[in-house]
Design a binder for this molecule. Structure first.
Ligand SMILES: [Zn+2]
Length: 456
């Protein structure tokens, strides 16, 4: 019989979840990828010094974009390494309706080669709609809808945690079409629907109402994606009110947000159609392109439209939101933290490398929320939404040893709009499936992660 090794992190502070908000100082021992004991001085083969720092369950990023190897064609990882460096141990891609690589190919590749983090996927409706040949400005025919439903069912049965929609990315996508696609899943509580709202800016509340209607009629739990980029234009208060009215009526709505006053997406998308600056009350000074030789260019209508036509995949950063509104939303118990991370060849918005440290450090120290609240929103709350809360999201015996050791005084995001992948401060160690993956910003092993599939 193979002898397994017991590894221990000695002298760590952790939240005792049985007595909410009580911190305990102890030793954590892991074996075979699983947390074995929280007892002090438990016998172990290898011991690490936790230096009295906080040991948290690894952060769970329920909303990011799995750009890995869709861009390079090989099996190297880019965004997943940024995730690991900020303490994320499980992330869900396939968001906003978009699958970057074939669903099965992606998960199988992650399993075959390992990955910096554990990866899950949603079934991306917009990608599937396109795949069956529905043109953007057309409705699916009956046959096409059956084909879409068949693919959705396959992906859900093969481990997709839910179905995602990028409603804004296709203005021809109606509520009726979304509900028709969801019909085979009506009432299911073991998965969820996530959507990028139809509207951002002054019509944000209409977008929230539409998503609540989908949740209400389908009776499927619903995740409103990146609330910040939808509502933080003076519209947050009304949007939160709409969400709360629906919650009070029993509609299963949860929300995620990233903590930045700027959003980011491809320049070619319909986000930049029509009078887009007006809807955010912004000007071209608030718009930053992310690739050379354009990143310092002073933009106007003509240059923007020209670049949009020639480089539709280039990421744009739009500094058009109010951070105080995002902070306000993060105080709400139904709002969790997620990065919406997205890079193109290393360029892009700092949220993919800074989201969790930014909330756990600066936001907590500023008093926006307590460390306990922030940790819940970064771990157990998204784990629950994924239905994985019996396996991840807690430091308890029997749970997977996905863990992050950090200094609560020091933790801070360092990624910026100039350097979107700069790693954070204060993350001492990250453990993936019971093994040390990162120490002091240095990746020790970037192949410890595996795919996570719903129900498996
Ligand atoms: Zn989105």
């Amino acid at each position: 019989m193979r002898k397994t090794m017991k590894q221990q992190i000695k002298n760590v502070r952790l939240l005792n979840l049985r007595e909410k908000s009580k911190w305990i100082t102890t030793d954590v021992t892991v074996e075979d990828g699983i947390i074995l004991s929280l007892e002090k001085d438990y016998p172990a083969d290898k011991v690490f010094d936790g230096e009295g720092l906080v040991l948290s369950p690894g952060f769970v990023d329920i909303h990011m974009h799995e750009e890995d190897f869709s861009q390079t064609g090989d099996n190297t990882y880019d965004i997943a390494e940024c995730m690991l460096k900020m303490g994320v141990t499980t992330a869900m891609g396939g968001n906003c309706g978009s699958e970057k690589t074939d669903f099965h190919t992606f998960l199988d590749t992650v399993d075959k080669n390992g990955s910096p983090i554990n990866y899950c996927l949603g079934a991306g409706y917009n990608s599937i709609r396109k795949e069956v040949g529905v043109l953007e400005n057309e409705k699916p025919t009956k046959e096409q809808m059956l084909e879409i439903q068949k693919i959705l069912k396959e992906q859900v049965e093969d481990g997709a945690f839910g179905i995602t929609f990028g409603i804004e990315y296709n203005p021809y996508l109606t509520v009726d079409e979304i509900l028709e696609a969801l019909r085979p899943f009506y009432g299911r509580q073991d998965l969820f629907v996530a959507a990028h709202s139809r509207y951002d800016g002054y019509m944000a509340n209409e977008g929230i109402k539409e998503m609540a209607e989908i949740a209400r009629r389908s009776q499927i739990p619903f995740q409103i994606s990146h609330l910040s980029s939808c509502c933080a234009y003076g519209k947050m208060e009304g949007c939160l009110k709409t969400i709360e009215e629906n919650l009070n009526q029993g509609v299963d709505l949860l929300v995620d947000t990233y903590p930045y006053n700027a959003f980011s997406t491809q320049i070619g998308t319909s986000v930049f159609e029509g009078d887009f600056l007006k809807k955010w009350n912004a000007s071209y000074e608030d718009i930053q392109l992310t690739e050379e030789p354009y990143s310092d260019l002073e933009l106007d209508d003509d240059s923007f439209q020209e670049i949009r036509k020639n480089h539709p995949d280039m990421l744009v950063i739009a500094k058009v939101m109010n951070e105080y509104e995002i902070k306000k939303s993060l105080k709400k118990p139904y709002v969790m933290i997620a990065s919406d991370g997205l890079y193109k060849e290393g360029n892009g918005h700092p949220r993919g490398a800074g989201t969790f440290p930014r909330v756990l450090g600066p936001y907590v120290r500023e008093g926006v929320l307590t460390l306990e609240e922030a940790l819940y929103k970064a771990t157990l709350q998204p784990a629950k939404r994924l239905g994985l809360d019996k396996e991840i999201g807690k430091i308890e015996p029997g749970y997977r040893a996905d863990m992050v050791l950090f200094d609560p005084e020091e933790i801070e995001d360092c990624a910026s709009f100039e350097d979107g992948q700069k790693p954070p401060l204060g993350i001492k160690q990250v453990w993936i499936n019971g093994e040390l993956a990162l120490e002091d910003n240095k990746i020790i092993n970037n192949r410890l992660g595996r795919s996570r599939r719903r129900g498996k």
